[in-house]
Design a protein around this ligand. Structure first.
Ligand SMILES: CC(=O)N[C@H]1[C@@H](OP(=O)(O)OP(=O)(O)OC[C@H]2O[C@@H](n3ccc(=O)[nH]c3=O)[C@H](O)[C@@H]2O)O[C@H](CO)[C@@H](O)[C@@H]1O[C@H](C)C(=O)N[C@@H](C)C(=O)N[C@@H](CCC(=O)O)C(=O)O
Ligand SMILES: Nc1ncnc2c1ncn2[C@@H]1O[C@H](COP(=O)(O)OP(=O)(O)OP(=O)(O)O)[C@@H](O)[C@H]1O
Length: 447
């Protein structure tokens, strides 16, 4: 086979093998018996692995292989999934079935596919023995995404004097600058997708969103064992668990692998199958987006470095000339969610413009409010949360006259119940999280 293969016509997606040597993990896949698709992940300055950590490392690497396959599987979604070294234990197959089904739900919805009943990892393999504790050093990997959330997590951990490293995957200069700005030690893993994937895309493979947080999480689990960390603290907010829309009985959530269901299943799996003392959590799980923007509004040293605009993070596509494109749902949402907590001049300085005084952006803000549209397929807060922020602005003289706030007051507000629009309930944390005891004091940072 050459790259002229048509993945949509293939019968089997194969997890061929994975290996690791000298700081480089190779993850190998194929459709049918075609050309190998090889993804590489590079771990810089990788130390030699102690023999006592080998089994844990191999399990984490295998999970990375299985999770990262989602980028390639989606190109063809063939009816059969094959794992060359044999069927998975049921717990691993459960995790992957759920990840591929829910993590690809947006992809399926937008391509008019139904993956229910189609995704079935081979199961029935031997049950894995309980992983022992490895006495991992008490320090935390804090992934950095370039946006506000991870910077809040960093500062929360710093506030309790926690030992932590700012870590990111990929070669974004913007993320690197944010990581430097934290003042923490840094660690940057490179990820190279198999180049044939881009050829396949050009030739008409299925394409769409994948659960990239799951891929990053699995890379960090490998890194935790390799470099010696007992915890991985993501910055996934409570709102990430809320679905984008419901379609034919299936919840479709753009952010599924940022949600609590995935956090629980991966966290449990790592405890059981990699190391009993490796914790995976989100430090921001108790908080809404609005609670997070309120906290971020105090972190002024990051204002000229961060960006939540995902257009910065494309591998191939064009990047915005400024850090904020000002046109996408992330720009709209972060502008709206920060506005109640920052002075107006400060906010306009960050974005370089006033997005709420621009009639041409009405449809974008309507979608955030779930007015005449569903929530956008992006990492944005809940519709009710966006409505609460917009209502708060509509009560403030400095915002009231701006085109889209004025439109909200005259056109949308009369259709809403004001009792549902208070900001304060969004600032109350929920009790639901799996933050290890050692890091829980960091939650006081949000008070
Ligand atoms: C940066 C971005 O948002 N990319 C999404 C976009 O990709 P696009 O085609 O515009 O360009 P590239 O990012 O350069 O990707 C080129 C193709 O490569 C494939 N691909 C890329 C990364 C990967 O991990 N796997 C892949 O298969 C894919 O075929 C690309 O077309 O649109 C794509 C299609 O909808 C998205 O898949 C790209 O999303 C990236 C995977 C990505 O990193 N996105 C994050 C910014 C993101 O969406 N984060 C979510 C987290 C949700 C979760 O559950 O993990 C969020 O912030 O909500
Ligand atoms: N390239 C990356 N490498 C490692 N972790 C990442 C990367 N991109 C995002 N993440 C992590 O994934 C989680 C979700 O990303 P998300 O984009 O929501 O966060 P963010 O960039 O910190 O904030 P924002 O919501 O403002 O964009 C965060 O914990 C973030 O650190």
């Amino acid at each position: 086979m050459t790259t002229t293969i048509q993945p949509r016509l293939t019968q089997v997606f194969r997890f061929v093998r994975c290996s690791y040597a000298d700081g480089v993990a190779e993850l190998v896949y194929a459709f049918d018996h075609g050309e190998e698709l090889i993804e590489r992940v590079r771990f810089p300055h990788a130390p030699a692995l102690p023999a006592s950590h080998k089994a844990a490392f191999d399990r984490a690497l295998k999970l990375l292989h299985l999770i990262a396959g989602v980028s390639y599987y989606k190109a063809g979604v063939p009816p059969k999934i094959e794992v060359t070294d044999g069927p998975l234990d049921d717990a691993t197959a459960d995790l992957l079935d759920a990840l591929y089904l829910h993590g690809l739900a947006e992809f399926a919805y937008r391509n008019g596919l139904d993956l229910r009943g189609r995704i079935a990892f081979p199961r029935g393999g031997a049950v894995q023995p309980q992983a022992p504790a490895l006495n991992l050093p008490k320090r935390t990997l804090v992934p950095i995404g370039g946006g506000k959330d991870s910077l809040v997590a960093v500062e929360a951990i710093k506030s309790i004097g926690g030992e932590a490293t700012a870590v990111w995957v990929g070669n974004s200069e913007l993320i690197a600058a944010c990581a430097e700005r934290t003042g923490l030690p840094t660690l940057n893993m490179q990820r190279e997708l198999a180049p044939q994937l881009f050829d396949l895309n050009r030739l008409g493979a299925w394409n769409g969103h994948i659960p990239v947080t799951a891929v990053n999480s699995a890379i960090l689990a490998v890194a935790a064992i390799l470099y010696g960390y007992d915890s991985i603290a993501f910055a996934n907010e409570r709102s990430a668990s809320a679905a984008t829309l419901e379609y034919e009985g299936q919840l479709v959530n753009h952010q599924w692998s940022k949600g609590y269901a995935f956090e629980q299943s991966l966290g449990d799996w790592l405890h059981a199958q990699v190391a009993a003392d490796l914790d995976y959590c989100s430090l921001l799980r108790p908080y809404s987006e609005l609670a997070i923007t309120r906290t971020f509004a105090k972190l002024t040293p990051y204002f000229d470095a961060f960006s939540s605009c995902n257009r910065n993070f494309r591998i191939l596509g064009p990047k915005p000339a400024d850090r904020w494109c000002g046109q996408c749902p992330k720009c709209h949402f972060v502008f709206l969610a920060l506005a109640p907590f920052l002075s107006k001049p400060r906010l306009l300085q960050i974005f370089g413009r006033n997005l709420l005084d621009d009639d041409s952006q009405a449809a974008g803000f309507d979608a955030l409010l779930e007015y005449q549209d569903h929530k956008p397929f992006e990492c944005v807060g809940e519709g009710a949360e966006a409505r609460a922020a917009m209502y708060a602005l509509s009560q403030r003289p400095e915002w009231q006259e701006d085109a889209l706030v004025a439109r909200f007051r005259s056109e949308i507000l009369p259709q809403l119940n004001v009792a549902d629009l208070a900001l304060e309930p969004w600032l109350v944390p929920s009790a639901e999280h799996r933050i290890p005891a050692r890091l829980q004091a960091a939650l006081a940072f949000f008070a």
